[in-house]
Design a protein around this ligand. Structure first.
Ligand SMILES: Nc1ncnc2c1ncn2[C@@H]1O[C@H](COP(=O)(O)OP(=O)(O)OP(=O)(O)O)[C@@H](O)[C@H]1O
Length: 467
């Protein structure tokens, strides 16, 4: 473990999803952390957004570890939306890991291992490295052909310049190959990492912009660099502890990050990594960036997981933990005890609680308006009012779901703008929870194993109570 393997895998952890929350671009707060009425896709829910903003500030300052927040509220009141808003407001360098509690119950690894991996996905390490680079515009590449083919290794010369100086470097076979692979030609601005010999093409020099007729649209023009050809540069890698764990724990290394097939990581590997990272911190080579771990539907965790969380929050490298639930007073999984939100009191006591409130008609109207824009659906004012009414009477989620369906109905009748008739059509095609329950009540004898009173054991919390 003398050298930990690191790699730039940032792209893997930040995949933007298009879906229920794609319209959320932040928390919609101003610089004084006051919520704007409608901003960054966020509507209403002002006190919860403001509270989330304060938490965000704590995270950005980066010195607080092991705090936890609970976002509690009725179904569809924007708990996940607020968490997404927090994620979007954090810079790219602060990790945000998001899981739904039920995801940790898998056959491949224990629940606590899955939780541990999620925790470590939410902690990043910024590692600073100084390296020598040669950076400049290529003036000429000259490759000496050996007299007899294959008789000797290729050699050559590379002439590079900055705005102030010019230098000639001898090329060995390896460098010739790297330059060839990158298709480097004179007029390109390149950087060569001296220790590894890695060649990076930065673009084409502006001075050559008129030389070529056949320059494709992808060509990036850059200025010829100034100053010395050879420079010391500070390079910052930002990786999560989980990525370091995976890369160091298996023979297939980082490929496991693509497949998600990471398996269990041995405790010794983690210990060694933690020791190494602590060493780097002492030497000033690395910094810890605690991020956010968001666990949605947290009531799905069981008592073992809750005690794990209690302990994990005490670690000095713990991220900020945000959890959300729509449950009231209910049984803690794995016990016969009831507790608020299905969370044990000792953990609950550590949480700062943010509550979300049901939406007003006006809020629902604005959210539906934003969703129509997001889904690129043109809708008549009257139809939007009808959809808002449906949202108030049923649920915001149901109304949001009807948007695309109504747009398809509109397309089918060759219309351009969604009208009342399209909304009515899809309203009759797709039932909401209330109507579906009514139907069940009417025809329950014809269903199998039907019992008149549905218990409180439903897992998504959306079922309406029967009379
Ligand atoms: N304040 C808001 N501004 C804009 N969109 C919102 C807002 N609140 C909720 N939404 C949108 O409404 C839908 C439902 O909200 P969300 O999924 O966040 O609810 P939830 O409280 O997490 O519900 P559940 O308890 O059922 O998980 C989502 O598409 C979400 O993006």
């Amino acid at each position: 473990m003398a050298d930990l393997k690191l790699s730039e895998t940032r792209d893997l952890t930040r995949i933007e999803r298009i879906g229920a929350h794609s319209h959320i671009r932040g928390l919609g707060l101003d610089s004084a952390l006051e919520p704007r009425a409608v901003s960054e896709g966020m509507v209403g829910q002002t006190s919860a957004r403001k509270a989330a903003g304060i938490i965000l500030q704590m995270i950005k300052e980066g010195r607080i570890a092991g705090r936890a927040v609970l976002i509690a509220g009725q179904p569809g009141t924007g708990k996940t939306a607020i968490a997404m808003g927090m994620a979007k407001s954090l810079g790219l360098e602060t990790p945000f890991a998001m899981i739904s509690a039920s995801e940790i119950f898998s056959l491949e690894m224990s629940k606590t291992e899955a939780l541990m991996q999620s925790f470590r996905k939410a902690i990043a390490v910024r590692i600073k490295e100084e390296t020598e680079v040669i950076e400049g515009e290529v003036v000429e590449i000259q490759i000496d052909r050996p007299a007899v083919a294959g008789a000797a290794l290729k050699t050559g010369k590379l002439t590079m310049k900055t705005t102030e100086m010019e230098g000639v470097y001898d090329l060995g076979a390896k460098m010739i190959e790297s330059l060839g692979k990158e298709k480097v030609q004179s007029g390109d601005v390149i950087a060569i990492d001296k220790p590894s010999g890695k060649v990076t093409k930065l673009g084409r020099s502006f001075s050559r912009s008129r030389d070529y007729d056949a320059i494709g649209p992808q060509v990036r023009f850059v200025q010829c660099p100034g100053g010395e050809l050879q420079k010391r540069k500070e390079i910052v890698h930002c990786v999560t502890l989980h990525e370091i764990d995976v890369i160091n724990s298996r023979t297939q290394g980082f490929l496991a990050l693509f497949t998600g097939d990471t398996g269990e990581i041995r405790a010794e590997v983690r210990e060694q990594i933690d020791t190494k990272v602590a060493e780097w911190r002492e030497e000033g080579k690395a910094e810890i960036v605690p991020g956010v771990l968001f666990i949605d539907e947290v009531h799905m965790l069981d008592i073992e997981c809750f005690s794990f969380l209690n302990r994990a929050l005490e670690n000095e490298m713990a991220p900020i933990l945000a959890v959300a639930t729509n449950r009231g007073i209910t049984t803690i999984r794995g016990t016969n005890y009831k507790s608020p939100h299905g969370i044990p009191i000792d953990l609950l006591d550590r949480l700062l609680i943010i509550t979300t409130q049901p939406y007003t008609k006006d809020d629902i109207h604005k959210i539906l308006d934003i969703r129509c824009q997001e889904e690129d659906v043109e809708i008549a004012e009257e139809a939007k009012a009808l959809l808002t009414h449906i949202g108030v009477e049923t649920s915001l989620r149901y109304a949001i779901h009807l948007i695309t369906a109504a747009a398809l109905a509109c397309q089918k009748r060759k219309g351009k703008v969604v009208e009342n008739e399209d909304i009515t059509r899809v309203y009759n095609l797709f039932l909401d929870v209330k109507r579906s329950t009514q139907y069940l009540m009417e025809y329950q004898e014809q269903y199998m194993f039907s019992e008149a009173s549905i218990g409180d054991g439903d897992e998504d919390g959306t079922s309406a109570k029967l009379p």
